[in-house]
Write a new protein. Structure first.
Lengths: 265, 259
């Protein structure tokens, strides 16, 4: 009786693990397919533009709010420890390094994963379960091209722009706090802030955002495209795309930081 | 044998299915299906829910692949086509989905324009609009041009689904339960539409249904799918004069249900 139970448990675990690797392989194939199809005509320019607009429009409000608050609060919280050493004049450059190197790409990506990623997962998921994707297929229109390529391109292109915007808004939040406490002028704040920012900092953040944007797009599309079991599957697809893309973003963050640090001397 | 509108000239064979098998895991759905559909014929496939009718026509248009057996459509072996050949074949085959599958983020007009602008690139905007309006007029729904699919009734959605496939002028139409979930009068409108489409566009059709009225009105021939095989094929009268109990039950329950 007991061994029977154990066997069942073992079977369950091996099935889960096998399922995970099958899923991983499918996701990998899906990503490869993107690269195969992205350069092949016909191009769906109109749809790409529409999706770019959607990505920006959906996340703009939340990004503005979060970026501004992050800059403001980060500055406020850092002030006491710096003022202990009489070094509050370092605040702008400290904040700039934190925001541009780390916070802006990450905050933007996490918000986009929540807003845009879940939306892509739900939208494609519901198209899948109501056979709209099959309908495109049988009308000899490539659904991968129309739905997936356009969305992945949109998130990949928009993420760096949104990241720059978040950085800017965050710096404005920080400036507000510094200005209220130290009466620093706008010009001298930004001069101090960008003193210690190197080309590598900006470049690596741009690379990060491109990678994150690609991740959000591919994961959302993959989960949506493989949704099943009716309306329940749509919710699952939306949820899974947020969880998986956030998880991957953290892993990518660690990797990219390691790589860029090896370039710093 | 040679009855009514039935065509048996072998040169006109449009769809040929031999010994088709398909299972999903343990679930054996199709267990050796044979079917021939001739040019301009309306072939009705009858069968209970879950008997694999939708699976059958999805295999015909390459949405699903069989485990074994041969499916030849317009002389082409569907499973062995490459992407481009499959696309070309699909331009000739219209598929009307069980739940219509209209693109719900687009208006009716955009739904119809979607395949049109991608496959008839030489058309001007004006010609496209003309095409869209004329096919909408054929299904009797010109007034819904700018509505969203969510604003339409079930019967209207079915007809828009048919219009969306007709716009590419397919030679073969596959209708998946065109009348399911509709009241008798709306069902009759759909039946008439199916017959109209055949005469106006010279299409060959497979009509999947469990509605006997639909089978009788639209079908030149009827095939009865039961537990993964066709147990009887022929004209409506031939099939239902059979002494097979399974066919009798299907007939009787159908009319108890709807009368
Ligand atoms: N993609 C799929 N994956 C797994 N099983 C499937 C799939 N599609 C269909 N099936 C199974 O195949 C069987 C037949 O399904 P199908 O949809 O063809 O039935 P049907 O005859 O069209 O029924 P209905 O009249 O209800 O539409 C069902 O048992 C279903 O569970
Ligand atoms: Mg069905």
């Amino acid at each position: 009786m007991d061994t029977n139970h154990k066997m069942k448990g073992l079977k369950f675990i091996t099935r889960k693990i096998a399922g995970f690797f099958i899923d991983l392989n499918n996701a990998f194939q899906f990503t490869l397919r993107f690269f195969r199809e992205v350069f092949k005509p016909p191009y769906e320019f109109k749809e790409i533009i529409r999706q770019c607009y959607q990505v920006g429009y959906k996340s703009l409000f939340l990004i503005t709010l979060t970026g501004f608050i992050t800059g403001l609060v980060f500055t406020k919280q850092s002030r006491p420890s710096l003022s202990e050493f009489g070094a509050t004049s370092w605040l702008p450059s400290l904040v700039a390094i934190a925001i541009i190197r780390a916070l802006a790409p990450l905050v933007t990506a996490l918000i986009a994963a929540g807003k845009v990623g879940s939306n892509i997962g739900a939208e494609l998921g519901s198209m899948k379960v109501t056979e709209q994707i099959d309908a495109m297929e049988v009308s000899a229109v490539n659904p991968f091209k129309f739905l997936v390529v356009s969305r992945v391109l949109a998130t990949t292109l928009m993420m760096p722009m949104l990241m720059c915007y978040t950085g800017l808004v965050g710096m404005l939040g920080s400036f507000l706090n510094v200005h209220m406490n130290e009466q620093t002028s706008f010009i001298s704040f930004f001069q101090a802030a960008f003193n210690n920012i190197s080309f590598l900092d900006i470049f690596s953040s741009l690379i990060k955002s491109i990678v994150y944007g690609f991740t959000i797009g591919v994961v959302g599309c993959y989960k949506g495209f493989h949704a099943s079991n009716g309306t329940e599957g749509v919710g699952k697809a939306a949820n899974a795309s947020v969880v998986l893309s956030m998880f991957l973003i953290f892993i990518e963050e660690i990797l990219i930081v390691q790589i860029t640090n090896s370039f710093r001397v | 044998m040679e009855e009514g509108r039935r065509h048996t000239d072998p040169g006109e064979l449009m769809i040929r299915i031999r010994n088709l098998h398909k299972s999903f895991g343990e679930n054996e759905v199709l267990k050796g299906v044979d079917l021939d559909v001739y040019n301009k014929e309306n072939m009705v496939v009858l069968g209970r829910s879950g008997s694999g009718k939708s699976v059958l026509i999805k295999i015909i248009c390459g949405l699903l692949y069989q485990d074994s057996g041969a499916v030849t459509v317009l002389g082409k072996d569907v499973i062995h086509l490459n992407d481009r050949e499959l696309r070309e074949l699909r331009l000739q085959v219209g598929f009307s989905f069980q739940n219509s599958a209209l693109y719900d983020s687009m208006t009716v007009k955009e739904n119809l324009a979607f395949p049109l602008v991608r496959h008839r690139r030489h058309l001007t905007r004006k010609e496209q609009n003309h095409e869209i309006e004329s096919v909408l007029d054929d299904v009797g729904l010109l007034q819904t041009l700018n509505q969203m699919p969510a604003e339409l009734s079930g019967g209207q959605r079915k007809r828009i689904g048919v219009a969306r496939t007709l716009i590419l002028r397919p030679r073969i139409m596959l209708y998946d339960e065109p009348t399911s979930g509709l009241d008798p009068i709306t069902s009759m409108e759909i039946n008439n539409l199916i017959n109209l489409v055949r005469h106006k566009f010279n299409t060959t059709s497979i009509i999947i249904t469990h509605d006997l009225t639909c089978a009788k009105i639209t079908g030149d021939r009827v095939a009865m799918l039961f537990e993964g095989k066709f147990i009887k094929q022929g004209t409506f009268a031939e099939v239902f004069s059979s002494s097979d109990e399974r066919i009798h039950n299907f007939y009787n329950y159908n009319f108890i249900e709807s009368r």
